[in-house]
Write a protein that binds this ligand. Structure first.
Ligand code: HAM
Length: 425
């Protein structure tokens, strides 16, 4: 019986995973220079964390969550995103008591039951960052600047940063009322989904991807014209800081994001090279989520980027293989040599060398072919004669030269050859 992976999930095989490691290392390096520390979170949580945190009328909560009852009849959901879990952990571990500002980042799989297509998976990976504990608009700008530095370090150039302000819990309800009234006039021409959702969540209408709706929504009132003076000042400061560092961006008053927790700044990075699923990254400020889960007032700002989409955009010409090729490939001839080589391989590895060997008892020719294919630096050859004389043959696979080395000291001799070579380089 042949069992295949579930639709919308992907294996990441050797050959591909090196790209992931490279990107993840860059993220670790750059994010830690900005003061971020990693947090590892569970991949499943109580369902109400997401249904309450992300918003009951969001697409994710309405139709995309992988939710099930566990054996104790608890409602569990495979995380569709990381922000709600960070907030939960932040409160659960009283992190707010230790210092005022926390900068956290995470990496891992997320799960959304969406219709699979190019760039849209049911299990996909995100790298996300969250700054917890400051209102300061300079953190909004700083996090976006860090993201741009990260993208530049990956050699990414065709992308666009769009920002918007979604107001606060004081000015947004008024805007939503204005928007609702404006939408009513267009209802007969808007799609069924918008007709259903506009009453409870009119902002979603601005985000509709139906072409005709997109044209109609262009003429609806813009949130940036309706935010309060405090929100305006915050947004202007973010704009001016981005300009100061010469970050290219545009303001998109229709950018509302697909999650309900956002307040003030929201942003997205898209790439025209991605096709229909063009968002590489999205994020923004969420000043009320921690309080919503009974934590203290904690203004936050963060983003998450889709690793599959990001990696598909990177040119990987210059990456060296992150996996080390073997230092030594042990070639053995005959039963006795094979049994000696088992112990020898152990000694070589314990001595710090990276070692490969043949497992199939193949011919010398075939073992040498394998040594060659493994791109090993040396082949260490042991046959009956070598066992008798106590001298093994060592072949340098780069220049083809061959020498004898003493069986008892072969670990030290090979290591010294490698370190001499390293000095020459
Ligand atoms: P999001 O916009 O839902 O935001 O997801 C962030 C990124 O995850 C997207 O821009 C996209 O690259 C990737 N992504 C989302 N869904 C899929 C999918 N089905 N297949 C492949 N990639 C996907 C969030 O998740 C928020 N938690 C971001 C955030 C953090 N906001 C504040 N802090």
């Amino acid at each position: 019986m042949k069992i295949q992976a579930i639709r919308g999930v992907k294996d990441i095989l050797p050959g591909e995973i090196e790209k992931w490691h490279w990107v993840e290392n860059k993220a670790n390096q750059i994010f830690s220079r900005y003061g971020f520390k990693e947090i590892r979170l569970p991949i499943f949580e109580k369902t109400k964390l997401f249904s309450r945190g992300l918003g009951e009328t969001t697409d994710i909560v309405e139709k995309e969550m992988y939710t099930f009852d566990d054996r104790g009849s608890e409602k569990i959901t495979l995380r569709p995103e990381g922000t709600a879990s960070v907030v939960r952990a932040f409160i659960e571990h009283n992190m707010y008591t230790s210092q005022t500002v926390h900068k956290l980042y995470y990496l891992g799989p997320m799960f959304r039951y969406e219709r699979p297509q190019a760039g849209r998976l049911r299990q996909f990976y995100q790298i996300g960052v969250e700054v917890m504990g400051t209102h300061d608009p300079s953190i909004d700008a700083e996090v976006m600047i860090m993201l741009m530095e990260f993208f530049n370090s990956l050699g990414l150039n065709q992308f666009e940063l769009q920002i918007n302000s979604l107001g606060c819990d004081k000015c947004r309800p008024q805007y939503e009322e204005t928007l609702k009234q404006a939408i009513v006039n267009h209802l007969p021409n808007l799609c069924e989904n918008c007709n259903k959702r506009y009453k409870k969540n009119p902002l979603r209408v601005l985000d509709c991807k139906v072409k005709r709706d997109m044209e109609i929504t262009l003429c609806l009132p813009k949130i940036t014209d309706h935010i309060c003076s405090k929100c305006k000042i915050h947004f202007e400061e973010v704009n001016s800081l981005l300009k100061e560092i010469e970050i290219p961006y545009s303001i998109n008053p229709k950018l509302v994001r697909g999650l309900d927790y956002y307040t003030h700044t929201a942003f997205e990075v898209t790439s025209c090279k991605l096709g229909a699923q063009n968002a590489i990254c999205g994020g923004g400020r969420y000043n009320t989520l921690v309080e919503q889960f009974d934590g203290p007032t904690t203004p936050c700002f963060g983003f998450a980027l889709g690793l599959e989409r990001l990696i598909s955009l990177i040119q990987f010409d210059n990456i060296n293989n992150v996996y080390k090729n073997p230092d030594v490939f042990v070639v053995s001839l005959g039963e006795k040599a094979k049994s000696i080589s088992f112990n020898l391989v152990h000694r070589l590895r314990s001595g710090g060398l990276s070692v490969e060997r043949d497992y199939d008892g193949s011919s010398i020719k075939s073992q040498m072919r394998k040594a060659n294919k493994s791109e090993s630096r040396f082949a260490l050859i042991i046959g009956e004669n070598e066992i008798k004389s106590g001298k093994y043959q060592l072949k340098n696979m780069q220049d083809g030269t061959q020498s004898n080395i003493t069986a008892d000291y072969c670990v030290e001799e090979i290591k010294s050859l490698i370190s001499n070579h390293a000095i020459e380089l």
